[in-house]
Design a binder for this molecule. Structure first.
Ligand SMILES: NC(=O)C1=CN([C@@H]2O[C@H](COP(=O)(O)OP(=O)(O)OC[C@H]3O[C@@H](n4cnc5c(N)ncnc54)[C@H](O)[C@@H]3O)[C@@H](O)[C@H]2O)C=CC1
Ligand SMILES: O=C(CO)COP(=O)(O)O
Length: 325
């Protein structure tokens, strides 16, 4: 969804949240019954939430606009709505994918599609499986903005008994963590699908974090961000959780299902499948070695059999664990 949110008189919490839904029946169920029968059938939504099918109506007068559409559709979605967003609105991205063709991160797509300056942009990312949050299970997250003030405002607005945001100014690192962990979760899912055990999965997770960190540093992120919630935290949650679409898609592929069939069997987006080619393009442009992402890209594009994945990764030249190039 793209959602607009106006703030309360004291300016801290959202007093009204308006979701954009493309389907009328879902918008009505949310507004009239506080339920999303399609995605969160068992969750009572708060009564300050409503949904509309007109995206302009959702964002007009919103103090904060939250972008949560799949990465490949952010540009077209925001371009249509650009003129309805207030000049001083803060734009928040929850998107964990890289745009194919341009290689742009969601922050860059938001900047070019909306002309939003960095001080009015924030990204929220971390170990944040949507269903667990909706169930009120405790989690922490990262709110990153180049403006510490903007990050603090969004953190204050979203903090609650079960949701603990930490602020950060490393937008690049936070975005790269969220993007690449989906690719690594596909790899872990493939291991699972092939019946491999926890040593294999822990090795993929750890070396996955190493290649994520190399890419983050190369494009201007900070290594310590990768050890935090938006790096290691999200990677662990996604690779461990049966709720993860990326891990689930990997698992299907690992059991021999074709990639297209795996995608078709899921009603939600597995961003890793959509983004992996853009991730390896970006890495190559910056001379960053990302063997796991390269292998997953080869699987997704049909150039590599999943059964040969483990051999391929383990037969590479031996190197020191600290290797960064
Ligand atoms: N679901 C989760 O647990 C989390 C998801 N995210 C990220 O949030 C983003 C959205 O993810 P989800 O909501 O889970 O995915 P989703 O696949 O459910 O898509 C979100 C919404 O976008 C709509 N959509 C699909 N194609 C569209 C198009 N062409 N134009 C406009 N809208 C379109 C869908 O109808 C859906 O309502 C992704 O980048 C994901 O990585 C981040 C944190 C947690
Ligand atoms: O980003 C997520 C958890 O932080 C959701 O992961 P999936 O997209 O794999 O479901």
């Amino acid at each position: 969804a793209v959602m607009g949110s106006s703030t309360s008189p004291e300016g801290r919490r959202a007093d009204r949240i308006v979701l954009w839904s493309r389907r009328r029946e879902i918008a009505d169920a949310i507004t009239l019954g506080y339920r999303n029968p399609e995605y969160l059938p068992d969750i009572d939504l708060p009564e300050n939430i409503s949904a509309v099918t007109d995206i302009h109506q959702a964002v007009t007068d919103a103090a904060v606009v939250v972008v949560a559409v799949p990465a490949q559709h952010v540009r077209e979605t925001l371009t249509t709505v650009k003129d309805s967003i207030a000049e001083d609105a803060i734009v928040v991205s929850l998107v964990k994918g890289l745009e194919r063709g341009t290689g742009e991160r969601p922050s860059q797509v938001c900047a070019s599609a909306l002309g939003v300056p960095p001080e009015r942009f924030a990204v929220v990312s971390g170990p944040n499986l949507a269903l667990e949050i909706a169930r009120g299970e405790p989690t922490a997250t990262v709110v990153a903005s180049e403006s510490a003030e903007t990050a603090e405002a969004i953190a204050a607005m979203t903090a609650g008994r079960t949701f603990r945001p930490y602020t950060n100014t490393d937008v690049v690192g936070v975005e790269i963590g969220g993007i690449v962990k989906n690719v690594i979760a596909l790899a872990v899912g493939i291991c699972d699908g092939q019946g491999l055990g926890d040593n294999s999965k822990a090795s993929v997770i750890t070396r996955g974090l190493a290649e994520t960190t190399r890419l983050a540093i190369a494009v201007g992120g900070r290594p310590e961000t990768m050890a935090g919630l938006a790096g290691l935290g999200d990677l662990v949650a996604t690779c461990a959780s049966p709720l993860s679409r990326n891990r689930s898609a990997g698992r299907l592929i690992g059991t021999g299902m074709g990639v297209d069939e795996a995608v078709a069997s899921m009603k939600q987006t597995a961003e890793g499948i959509k983004s992996v080619s853009a991730v390896v393009d970006l890495a190559r442009r910056h001379d960053v070695e990302m063997p796991i992402s390269e292998a997953i890209n080869a699987v997704v594009s049909g150039r590599l059999e999943v059964a040969t994945l483990a051999d391929l990764l383990l037969s590479r030249n031996l190197k020191s664990e600290g290797h960064r190039a």
